[in-house]
Design a protein around this ligand. Sequence first.
Ligand code: URA
Ligand code: SF4
Length: 196
Amino acid sequence: MSAAEWEQLETACKGCTACGLSATRHNVVFGVGNPEAEVLFIGEGPGENEDLQGQPFVGRGGQLLDKMLASVGLSRKKNIYIANIVKCRPPQNRDPLPDEQEACIGWLRQQVSLIRPRIIVCLGRVAACRIISPDFKVTRQHGEFFEKNGVLMMGTLHPAALLRNPSQKPDGFADFLKLRDKIGEVCTHTELIYPE
Ligand code: URA
Ligand code: SF4
């Protein structure tokens, strides 16, 4: 992929008015990270802070996500990319509606075809149901890897769910350890970085 292709996609996405969420958004949240990464994280959609700042996962959930990433040598700036199923905030943080997901998924598909990740991690039910399988059960299947179209995919607990339910945090961290092992198996240029 050339940097120009990526920029072109980002610019086009930021002007999108294909669904009703465009009416209430402050910013389109295209994504953050390294588009050359081998690992792609997919969330559900922007919340209030994300909508105001134009960046995914910048609230309390984002801080927890960054901590979990750092615990296995990953960093949103360097060796992963983070995007969402819908790029504009659903009002009151409701789940994105099926027709909003349908309208938006093409942007994510284009991101995936430019990034060509080896591993996709779905953060929470909405992303896992959309990307892995419509009947995905996060409580039962989190941390399991599935292969689809030559890409390994895993669903894990959403950081916001871990904040609501701290007793599940060890399960969430355990999924990230499985991810680290899988990166070691299948990735060729993902350098894990541990803060000193
Ligand atoms: N939750 C998500 O699923 N995505 C974000 O970007 C922020 C919160
Ligand atoms: Fe376009 Fe997606 Fe935003 Fe809807 S949510 S306006 S499809 S970018």
